[in-house]
Structure formats: C-alpha cells, structure tokens
Design a protein around this ligand. Structure first.
Ligand code: G6P
Length: 764
C-alpha cells in the first residue's frame, strides 16, 4: 500500500511537471516573440524619424554630431547606440558601445545596402542582447551609406526569466494540490471501500458474521457489485469447505451420519430415473400479503420443517394445497412454481380448494375429527357426515393432481403425508400399480378403542392399506395401528414382520422417528446473535434468565399447563421474581375452529392473570409473542434461552425439542420434555415431565435452572449426538430406502412372501 502511494505520487509529480514545463516553454516563446516584434516596430519607427536628419548631416559632413546628439537624447531609453556606415560598409561614426559596432556581423548591412531596404537582426555578446536595425541613407537621391541603431533587448530576456520563475512556482503549487486531491480521493473512494470489502471478506473467510450485512455495502457503490460477487464466491467456498469437512467427519464416523449431500447421492443412486412425488396438505411456501407487499413465507408446521430439506436434496415434485391469499398469482399455467424462491431446487404444484371444500375436509373432518381423535388431549372429536363427504372428494382431487404430475414418469415414488390423505394411497395404487406408495402419519395413532369412535374407521384403514409402506414415529403407534386393523378389517396382520395383508396386497408398517436437518455443522448465521437483553429490549423488558416455548397455538401442546407451571415455580421460589421470564412464541393456527378460538382466549387470559399477579415496571414473568416467527427468529430465542419447555399433552414427535437441541452449539441449555411426545423416547437426557402434573413441571424447571454447567454440558452433548445421528436425512433415507427395497408383485402389489428385510430400519 505504501509503495503504491509513493509510485502514485511520483507519477503525478513527473506527469504534471512535464505538462507544465512544456506549456510554459510555449508561453515564453510566444511572449518573447510578441516583445521582439514590438521592439522591432518601435526601432523601425525611430529609425525612420532619424533617417532624414541623418541624411542631411551626412551630406553636410556632420554625421558624427548628429549621431552623438541622437544617442545622448535617447540614452534614457533602451537605445544602446547609433552608427553611420559608408557605402562600403565601413564605420563612419558611432556613439554608444563602440566595441559592439566593430564586431557586428556584415549580413544585415550588406542586405540593406544591396537591396536599399531596412533590415534587422537580434544579436548578443556576453550578457548583452540587442536589436540591430539597419536603414539605408540617401544623398541627392542616391544611396550614400547606412544608419545602424542598436536597441537594448535585455528586458525581453529578463521577462522570459521571470515568466519561467512564475511558472515554476505555479507548477509546484499545482503539483502539490493535485497530489493532495488525488490522495484524498484514493483514500475516500478507493481505500476505504476497499478496506470495508477486505474486512468483510476476511470475516467471511474466518467464518465470522458480517457486522451489518448490507449496510456496509451502501457506502461503496463502486465496489458493491464486485463485493457481492466475491462474497457469493466466498460463501460457495465456505459451503464447499463445510461439505468437505462433513465428508471427512462422515468418513470418520463410518456409515453413521447422514447429510443432505449423502441423501441426494443416495436417492440418485437408488432411484435412478424414478421421480419422487410428495403430497401434503400444507405447502412449504405460501404467498401472502404483508401490508401492500406480497411475501413468500414458510408456514409453521412440523411436517414442512421435516420434509423441506428432503425435497431440496432430491428435486422432486411437492403437491399441496395453495392456501396463501396470493398463491394463485404466483404460479405458471400448470399451477406450478419452482421453490425455494431464492434458490429453486424442486417443483411445488398448488391445488386449489373452494371455501366449502376447506371447511369440510380441512377444518371439519381432518382437524375437528381426526386430529382430536388421534391426540389424547381430551378434546372431543366431532364427526359430521358432510365433512366426511368433503374429505373423500378432496382426497380424490389431490390424488388426481398427483396422477397428473406423475404422467410420463415410470415407476414413480409417491410419498403421502399425514391424516389429511388417508384415502390417497389406495386411489393412487389403483390407478398406477407401478408406483411405490408410502404414507407417513405425523400424529399419534391411538389405541383401537379410541380410534373406534370414528364412524368411517374401516374406510380410512382401507385407504391407508393401499400403501406399500405405512410409517409412524414410534413402535407404539405401529402396534396401535395393527391392532386397529385387526379389530376392524378382514385383514391378516403379522406382528413379527410388521405387515398387514388385505386383498392380496401387503403393507409394511414401520416406525421412523422424524427429525430436523442437523448434521453437526455450524449453521450459517449472517449476523452475530443478539444477547438476551437485546432481544427483550424490543418489549421493554429485562431479566436474568430466559426460558422459551415455541408452538402452534394448539390445545395438544399443553401451553396453559406450562404457563401454570411457571406461575407455580415463582410461587414456590420467589427468588425468580424479576429474574426469570418465559417467552412463549405461539403461531396462530386453525383459527376458524371453535376449540382453537377458545384456546386462544384462555391462553391470553392466563398470561394476563399471571403477569398481573407478579409483573413490575420492567419485568414480566411471561412474554407472549402471538405471531408466526421465521426459523431465524426462533433460532435467536432458542439460543438465548437457558431452558426450553415442551409440555405437549400428546404429540407424535415434537420437533421443537430437537430444534432447541440443534440450535445450542454452545452445548449448554436444558430441555424439559413431556413424556407424551415421541421425542421423549429418544431424548433421554431431557428432564422428562408429565404436563398434567403442574408441580412436577415447576420442579423440573427449577432443577433445570439449578443444574450445574458440567451436567448441562454432558446432557446437551449426548442429545446433540443423538439428533445429529438421527437427523431428517436419515429419516428420509430410511423410509425411501425401505420403500425401494420392498419387492413388488407383478400386479403392482407387494409380495408378502418375498417382502425383504428392511434395509436401514431405524434403531427405535
Ligand atoms: C402437525 C401436522 C401437520 C400440519 C401441522 C400444522 O404437525 O402433523 O400435518 O401441517 O401440524 O398444522 P396446519 O393445520 O397449520 O397445517
């Protein structure tokens, strides 16, 4: 940098000086020329005025007197001298510097005498410069000699010298000014942005987040495009480095660990040309209005959290309900779009539902019927025949869309999701026997007695048994399902091989505990995490310890029980007054359904009651954030919270528990987890609680807050290892791998006799 500056200064000095010297030289030449012309004109005029007097004096033989007088009279001016010559050019008389007259060159004299015309020339001797003006003299009409006037020309030279000096000082000042201005410009417009870019790139290289991502780029418009390019290149390099590291880790961990890359490679290798088609009710991206702007948001759904990374890895087609208000404006003519919008990896096909269809199939049968039926949370299921009608029609509608997407794909893989589509496997299998069909039931399957409440249980089971593979989170749900089949249908179930056979088709029933996209690598975080105080500042609150709960506003999540447990904790341990705050993020959900409206009201009421009981000016025991937060926002709360509370009354898996564990790369933090979640069968280092036992939950929170660092670390490390080993990539690889391994009968049904042992059944 220093060397660059010196070279820049030198180049500027030399360049500006050369230009200035050349222009001064031309200026001096021009000025000298003008002065000389002026002197010549003056001298010629004087010569003419002397000529007549001199001719008379010459004729009268008094030339010497006239010459002497003329010189005396003009001595005050520049005149150096005056002389008269005869026709031969010999000096007749002279006044002034006689030495000079003797040495004058003959040229101008001869020219004047020969041509009878004036002639002039500049001459110089030692320090003296002059103008010699020769004028022929006449007597009686004939040439009689010549008069020579010498005019002092030293002033012209002196002026030239002054001009050079002026120019020197000008040039010096000019060079100084240009160097200063240029250096300042280089500093402000080049060096500073360059330093900012360099700093950003250095931070990127070292894996540190940029301070305020785009703000810094604003001030350096010249470099911003370049910086962005280089940054995205650096980010790709970082990703490549992370992939290489995880590759190395994978090699180190043998065949154990699954990553997005490994899943993608595995799917390509296993499925070759077979494409994957996924069906769910909830879409992974919704276009909605926010103010006047359309934004694309990810809805709060455990299913979406789990499946999005899988689709990204295998570029399949995801068919789902287009439920966003602006969805229809953001699809092509086939109702498709590529997602994620900022990095398209797979196709989303949106299916439209009318208000009636949504009310009957989604609000009614799925969420007022099947949801409370499958969750033992003491909310009574409501089954209406009209809802059941809509449910069947909508299942047919989605199956038709799926079949449309599958057209032209040989041996497609169809992966149906959840309780919204129990009838779809049978519909697909009937139309496309060559398809391999799996369905994953993301919610619990209750025991046979409980399921028996549903008037259409046989139809639902029959629809499900159209699938080649039926997945649940835990073995208990598989067993409950097989018992229900046994009890309701004419079917043969095999507990040893976990299959159910009906009408010549066998379905395998397997547990696959769903998970999150955590492969052990540190997530890319663009900004440094705000502290707990910074997060709370927005709400005008302060506390020493934060606990967090993140849920959809759903009665199965045990939100009220959790709030009461926090109240109990403060009651029993007043030490936590003004010290402990629980942040409950509750994303609005299914808000047209009465039981959800009622829950919403109760939660608010409970929060207000507890807060009013304890709150002070800058502290509240409970902070309720009633909106959907992005994954990035939730991640900040997870990391700031010392304890995470998951108190579901019943939950198939619960991914919040796993997300909290994955977020804590500081290996600190305690998870308090309901025993009625699927996650409790895996995360054995959580503090397992019964959410109905309010005192017990309060005590568990207290225990979590009191736990020493060493113990917290050990527990968190073990849970992180488990989630890393049993991540969503392993989940997808297991289900899809097993589906691939099932031997198909020629009719398209699975061969019960030759059903293969499943390749990579999970450990649970
Ligand atoms: C559960 C279900 C998902 C559902 C999610 C959100 O996780 O298993 O299928 O998408 O809740 O509910 P919503 O009704 O908003 O899709």
């Amino acid at each position: 940098m220093h060397f660059f500056r010196i070279r820049l200064i030198l180049a500027l000095v030399v360049g500006v000086t050369l230009v200035s010297v050349a222009s001064t030289y031309i200026e001096v030449l021009a000025h000298t020329y003008v002065l000389r012309q002026e002197l010549k004109r003056r001298t010629a005029w004087q010569s003419k005025s002397l000529q007549i007097a001199m001719e008379k004096s010459l004729a009268a033989g008094q030339a010497a007197d006239t010459v002497a007088e003329a010189v005396r009279l003009r001595a005050q001016n520049e005149a150096l001298g005056l002389a008269v010559y005869d026709l031969q050019g010999k000096l007749v008389t002279a006044a002034g510097p006689a030495g000079i007259f003797g040495t004058l060159p003959r040229g101008p004299m001869d020219k004047a005498l020969q041509q009878g015309a004036d002639s002039s020339i500049f001459g110089q001797q030692d320090n003296q410069q002059w103008l010699e003006e020769v004028t022929p003299l006449y007597a009686d009409g004939r040439m009689a000699g010549a008069m020579v006037i010498l005019e002092d020309a030293n002033a012209i030279h002196a002026e030239g010298v002054v001009l050079w000096w002026h120019s020197f000082w000008h040039t010096a000042a000019f060079v100084l000014l240009i160097v200063c201005v240029t250096l300042s410009m280089v500093r402000w417009f080049l060096m500073r942005p360059m330093m900012v870019v360099t700093d950003r790139l250095r931070r990127l290289r070292m894996g540190q987040p940029a301070e305020d991502a785009d703000d810094n780029l604003e001030g350096m418009s010249l470099f911003a495009p370049l910086a962005r390019e280089v940054e995205s290149m650096a980010e790709s390099l970082i990703l490549a480095r992370a992939a290489a590291e995880s590759e190395a880790r994978l090699r180190d961990a043998g065949e154990h660990q699954w990553t997005a890359e490994r899943l993608a490679a595995n799917i390509r290798e296993r499925f070759g040309s077979s494409r994957i088609f996924l069906l769910s009710n909830r879409e992974p991206y919704m276009h909605v209005l926010q103010g006047k702007e359309t934004v694309c948001m990810v809805p709060p759904s455990g299913l979406v959290t789990a499946l999005e990374p899988v689709l990204r890895a295998c570029d399949g087609v995801w068919v789902a309900h287009g439920s966003g208000s602006e969805d229809a404006l953001n699809v092509d003519k086939f109702d498709r779009l590529r997602v994620p919008p900022d990095d398209p990896r797979y196709t989303l096909r949106r299916v439209w539902l009318s208000k009636e269809e949504e009310a009957g199939y989604y609000d009614g049968f799925a969420n007022e019927g099947l949801w409370p039926l499958c969750h033992i949370a003491h909310t009574r299921p409501i089954f209406r025949a009209s809802d059941w009608e809509w449910y069947q029609r909508v299942n047919e509608k989605f199956a038709a869309a799926l079949l449309e997407e599958m057209e032209g794909s040989a041996h497609p893989i169809v992966f149906v999701q959840d309780y919204h589509f129990a009838l779809v496997p049978r519909l697909i299998k009937a139309a496309r026997p060559d398809a391999r069909v799996a369905i994953f039931w993301h919610i619990p399957w209750p025991n046979a007695e409980a399921f028996g409440i549903c008037p259409w249980q046989a139809r639902l089971l029959d629809g499900l048994l159209g699938a080649d593979l039926i997945g649940f989170h835990i073995p208990l749900h598989c067993n409950n399902f097989l018992s229900t089949v046994d009890r309701v249908l004419e079917a043969r179930t095999d507990r040893e091989h976990m299959t159910a056979r009906r009408d010549g088709h066998t379905s395998a029933v397997r547990p696959y505990p769903v998970s999150v996209a955590f492969d052990g690598s540190k997530p890319e975080r663009k900004t440094p995490a705000p502290s707990r105080d910074e997060l709370l500042k927005e709400f005008g609150l302060r506390c020493e310890t934060l606990i967090v709960g993140v849920d959809r506003m759903d009665y199965t999540k045990g939100i009220i029980e959790r709030l009461m447990a926090v109240e109990k904790l403060i009651e029993e341990h007043p030490y936590y007054l003004e010290r402990l705050t629980m942040v409950q993020i509750a994303a609005p959900s299914r808000s047209r359904i009465p039981s959800y409206i009622e829950l919403n009201r109760k939660v608010k009421e409970t929060v207000e009651r507890i807060n009013q009981r304890y709150q002070t000016a800058q502290w509240k025991p409970i902070l309720l954030i009633e909106r959907q937060c992005s994954h990035a926002e939730v991640d900040l709360w997870y990391r700031a919270a010392s304890v995470c509370l998951v108190t579901s009354l019943h939950d198939g898996m619960n991914l919040v528990a796993k997300e909290y564990v994955a977020a804590h790369d500081d290996e600190d933090g305690v998870l308090v987890l309901s025993k009625f979640t699927g996650a409790a069968t895996e995360l054995l280092d959580a503090l397992i609680v019964n959410p109905y036992d309010i005192e017990g939950v309060a005590e568990a929170i207290h225990q979590a807050l009191e736990m020493d660092l060493d113990e917290r670390r050990k527990r968190m490390q073990r849970m992180r290892h488990h989630v890393m080993d049993h991540n969503i990539y392993r989940w997808a690889a297991s289900i899809l791998g097993d589906l691939r391994e099932l031997r198909m009968e020629s009719s398209g049904t699975t061969d019960p006799i030759h059903a293969q042992p499943l390749s990579s059944a999970p450990t649970e």
